[in-house]
Design a protein. Structure first.
Length: 335
């Protein structure tokens, strides 16, 4: 599996390669929570320029977050890594290129927020090389309007996400990272910069994660035997320690995602995944393989979430992240 999107708690879409008889194609699949199998939706020919080889081996034509389907189940967007953006208005059966704000084929990442789509002109980037413009339009429309993002000189926008009425984007610069959050669909933004953890031996480096509506969570490096401290700030309140997953490199935090409305979070480490509540109580989860960065992770509701791993396995939780079940092994699609 290359990518997935869960627009509703009971519906999941997936993109896979390895199409029989068409090695240059990808397939779109759909599954409901009550179905026992995935249903094929469409097969898309891979653009000639999609996918590339950096000398170490070929990259897939789409990345783990390339697919974005809307809650209406009809509209959606698929970003080819080197060949622009496609859109559907019929649930994925047909796809057409998207015209961007400059009149050419749109490139970058599509993020769906309610009845609108936001287009950020970014691929792999760093600092000022990242996008400095954000555009929005109604679903299915190409009447783009520029969204003003309060970036500072030398900053670029990276890793934009939408969840529960909030837009979260990471502003990257050579000096570090901060989080930009909007709760009015991009009209106004609040900047949240993590405060270094006040502990002995701290390096003073904190990385925020684009998750949640009110709370901001950041990983702070301590320099103390590879010990990470996860810190939290809610609605502008002072930062406080949320969790210390453990001592040593294998306990370093690699990703964070909000499970519910800023009360519970999942912490991914090299040794496993932990669930932590606002009080800082940690517990392990059941059913997830250890190690590695996930391709994509997110919760549709406070109960239902999905994780697409580096190995192409898709797992689902229906109890707020405590237990996980594999719903899309490679063999499902003949891969």
């Amino acid at each position: 599996m290359l990518s997935h999107s869960a627009p509703q708690a009971d519906v999941v879409f997936a993109v896979t390669d390895g199409v029989k008889g068409c090695p240059s194609c990808v397939s779109l699949w759909r599954r409901t929570s009550t179905a026992s199998a995935w249903a094929p939706v469409a097969t898309l020919p891979r653009p000639e320029k999609a996918g590339y080889d950096d000398g170490a081996g070929p990259f897939p034509p789409v990345n783990a977050t390339a697919l974005a389907m809307a809650p209406d189940g009809k509209h959606g967007y698929l970003a080819w890594d080197t060949d622009g953006l496609l859109a559907t208005g019929d649930g994925g059966r047909t796809w057409l290129p998207v015209t961007g704000p400059d009149g050419a084929r749109a490139r970058g990442s599509a993020v769906i927020d309610g009845g609108q789509v936001l287009l950020s002109m970014l691929d792999d980037c760093g600092g000022a090389d990242c996008a400095d413009k954000l555009w929005r339009a109604r679903l299915g429309s190409v009447d783009w309007q520029e969204v003003t993002v309060p970036l500072r000189t030398g900053e670029g926008l990276f890793d934009l996400r939408a969840r529960a009425g909030a837009l979260n984007g990471i502003a990257v610069s050579p000096e570090g990272e901060s989080l930009l959050r909007s709760t009015d669909r991009g009209a106004t933004w609040t900047r949240v910069t993590p405060e270094p953890n006040p502990c002995a031996g701290c390096s003073g480096t904190c990385t925020p994660y684009p998750t949640g509506t009110h709370a901001t969570v950041a990983r702070c490096m301590t320099g103390d035997s590879w010990t990470d401290v996860v810190r939290i700030s809610t609605d502008g309140q002072p930062w406080r320690d949320l969790a210390r997953p453990g001592v040593g490199e294998k306990h370093q935090v690699q990703w964070v995602v909000a499970v519910d409305d800023d009360q519970t979070f999942l912490l991914g480490t090299a040794s496993g995944v932990l669930r932590v509540d606002a009080a800082g109580d940690l517990e392990g989860v059941v059913g997830l393989r250890r190690g590695g960065y996930p391709g994509a992770v997110g919760f549709v509701t406070a109960k239902v979430g999905h994780i697409l791993g580096e190995d192409g396995q898709l797992t689902r939780s229906e109890d707020g992240g405590r237990t996980w079940v594999e719903i899309a092994p490679a063999r499902t699609f003949g891969g």
